[in-house]
Design a protein around this ligand. Structure first.
Ligand code: D41
Length: 672
């Protein structure tokens, strides 16, 4: 191979990368598109003559050829956290105050302020400058491998620029669809008789979840990076703002609106400025994110549950529109709660057409004095269920009938009960009520639960109504024939659904607990239960007193959990699920060294012996600050024993129980 060819190819690739960088990252194209195309075609031609010189990081290698049959799961080596919200100045002040109190700082805190893009969070891993994989956020611990699709995005470098990047660099950011690209995509969809997308966020999500990367390649997706995950073999700056500048210098796109601001007043000024310019931005945003700029302060603040204490999303107010209530129906939820739902004259609000809105419960109906025929204001914020806010004052021109709660369940006719002191009314039919059963099964199959692809609400309703299934466990006994006999189901979708059911058979413990649909046990609580008890059997047998020890679980939730596992039919369903081949994956206990700087969050730690430099009180304070629980005695629930000199009986007990023992240096290293 002549050296000159290799050099020519590399020079062309570098030029193309550089011009892409000018265009996508700096937003400052330095050559006309036609010139870029000419260079690109030149590279294609040379590569065609020398196929053995094609590398995966070549600008010509964005679109892989093979569609996938499903996305693989990828575990995030450092979890992708979520963001807490505030909705007004007062809540933002309180956020800032908590930070000042914790850090014991009276001066104004330095923040960065950035638009909160309305897209999907992803993580992209580079090793030695080369894009290795990209994964969606998923539940924060595990996401889907969308590498093929991310590679098709022109703004995502397949190779980082320069040579100052760390050996391993995970970048986190938001994939979104700019407004003009979205409009063009919908015009095209309409012309071709395809389904249009409701809003840019849905379009971005749909495009990223394509199994065929050639489809994704035609979609106008963009990326802005907003933080980093794992970094190895290299240094990053010590402020958030400078880290973002570094990312930019590696060729990664970063939003140009990000600013440094000091104190709450400056945050609010930024918020107000961007609110005014929101419509002129090229992309949809649903708020502003503020982050403590200094990384060492971020580390001192740590995390609670799954969100950092050092960042907050300040959401724009929900959008509101006027419409009319055509009717009120009652829906039965999986726990029997009966919710009044307003049927509306369809109205476009917050990016989608809304024709139903919740009225929550009868207390709310009475408080707002909502009646059929009223003109009302409906509100929709982000991904929240639309709600009726209030009746338009003075709009009721004639007397209208009051809305009354039903006395019998609209589905199973069982009595509806209203418990003293509770706002919600409930159907007493329990599992005899097909609506409750159907809702429980829908919840079981949903994305954040067992994630059974293709088992939509309508299918579950049909299966339950036609008595083809009674419980979630029956799903795993369905045959292709039975499924294919359903309305709007063919042989092919039936086969796919069976495959999806099989694929769902290896859930993590927290997903499985969440899927059971125990009252008030959401994703975060399920995660806490899994981490605390490690096995399903231990969760099942946990007593009230053990449960209230778990973070986020109070007496009411603890009681719901105990009740759930006392009911024989629930135990039967669990038994049937396990004998249908569901294998709950063991809770992963990462080795100490693999864990991120947040190793102590939510962990139970015992301190013993004389530490070389700190007093036990000081060590305790630092650990509490890092989100740990510090207790006095070693038990099976202890995560770490921090041991100094003359550790004595606690050390021997920890060793016997297999509790990880660390010393002061190890603790300090992991607090940094
Ligand atoms: O623009 C966004 N949507 C955005 C999302 C942003 N600008 N910054 C973010 N920062 C974080 C932390 C502070 C946890 C690194 C985020 C998100 N998280 C986020 N997006 C989805 C879940 C969390």
């Amino acid at each position: 191979m002549p050296i000159s060819v290799i050099k020519q190819i590399e020079a062309l690739r570098e030029k193309l990368r550089y011009h892409s960088y000018q265009y996508y990252v700096l937003d400052d194209p330095d050559i006309p598109d036609a010139e870029y195309d000419r260079l690109y075609k030149q590279l294609l031609a040379v590569e065609e003559k020398h196929p053995d010189l094609i590398t995966t990081d070549s600008p010509t290698q964005r679109v892989g050829s093979k569609p996938l049959s499903a996305f693989e799961q990828i575990e995030h080596k450092m979890p992708m956290l979520s963001l807490d919200n505030v909705f007004n100045e007062e809540e933002l002040q309180a956020f800032n105050q908590r930070i000042q109190d914790r850090l014991k700082i009276n001066d104004e805190i330095g923040y960065t302020a950035e638009p909160k893009l309305d897209g999907l969070a992803i993580s992209i891993r580079y090793e030695n400058g080369e894009l290795i994989y990209a994964a969606t956020r998923g539940d924060g611990s595990t996401g889907e491998n969308v590498t093929q699709n991310i590679r098709t995005m022109q703004s995502v470098p397949l190779r980082l620029l320069g040579n100052n990047y760390p050996q391993v660099l995970e970048v986190r950011g938001e994939v979104f669809m700019p407004k003009t690209g979205f409009d063009a995509l919908n015009v095209k969809a309409k012309k071709n008789g395809d389904k249009e997308f409701a809003n840019p966020r849905n379009a971005a999500a749909g495009s990223l979840r394509q199994l065929d990367p050639t489809v994704t390649a035609t979609r106008p997706l963009s990326l802005y990076c907003y933080s980093i995950g794992v970094v190895e073999g290299g240094n990053v700056a010590d402020t958030h703002y400078e880290i973002l500048q570094q990312l930019k210098s590696f060729g990664l796109p970063v939003c140009t609106e990000i600013k440094k601001v000091n104190g709450v007043k400056a945050c609010l000024a930024y918020f107000s400025d961007l609110s005014k310019r929101r419509d002129q931005l090229a992309y949809d945003i649903d708020g502003i994110v503020y982050k403590v700029n200094d990384i060492s302060l971020q580390k001192r603040l740590g995390f609670v549950a799954r969100a950092p204490r050092w960042a907050i999303a300040h959401k724009f107010p929900a959008q509101e529109e006027l419409t009319t209530i055509i009717d009120v129906d009652f829906q039965v939820g999986r726990t029997g709660a009966i919710t009044p739902v307003a049927r509306l004259d369809p109205v476009f609000v917050g990016g989608v057409t809304v024709s139903n809105a919740t009225l929550h419960n009868m207390d709310e109906v009475r408080r707002k004095d909502v009646r059929i025929g009223d003109q009302v204001i409906v509100r929709r914020a982000g991904d929240v269920i639309p709600e009726v806010v209030r009746v338009v004052p003075g709009s009721r021109k004639k007397p209208l009938a009051e809305i009354k709660m039903l006395t019998q369940c609209p589905v199973c006719q069982a009595t509806v009960e209203q418990i003293e002191g509770e706002a919600v009314a409930r159907c007493t039919g329990g599992l005899f009520c097909s609506a409750q059963r159907a809702e429980a099964i829908k919840h079981f199959a949903s994305r954040k639960a067992m994630d059974i692809d293709g088992l939509g609400d309508k299918i579950v309703e049909q299966l339950v109504e036609e008595n083809k299934i009674e419980t979630a466990a029956d799903l795993y006994q369905l045959s292709i024939e039975v499924l294919a006999s359903l309305e709007r189901m063919g042989e092919k979708s039936a086969t796919n659904l069976i495959a999806a059911l099989n694929k769902s058979k290896q859930p993590g413990l927290s997903r499985f607990i969440y899927a059971l649909g125990i009252r008030e046990v959401g994703e975060a609580t399920a995660m806490n239960l899994a981490n605390e008890f490690k096995t399903l059997a231990d969760v099942q047998h946990a007593e009230f007193d053990d449960l209230i020890e778990v973070s986020d679980i109070g007496p009411i939730v603890a009681k719901h959990i105990v009740n759930f596992f006392q009911q024989q039919h629930n135990l039967d369903v669990i038994e049937q699920l396990l004998s249908a081949g569901i294998k709950i994956q063991p809770v992963k206990q990462k080795s100490f060294d693999e864990q991120s700087s947040s190793v102590f969050v939510g962990k139970t730690i015992v301190i013993t012996g004389t530490l070389p430099s700190l007093s036990r009180g000081e060590a305790k304070e630092m650990l509490l600050e890092a989100g740990a629980k510090v207790t006095g005695s070693v038990s099976a629930k202890t995560d770490f024993l921090l041991a100094g000199d003359k550790a004595g009986s606690k050390l021997s007990k920890a060793e016997k129980l297999g509790v990880k023992v660390i010393n002061e240096v190890e603790m300090l290293l992991h607090l940094k």
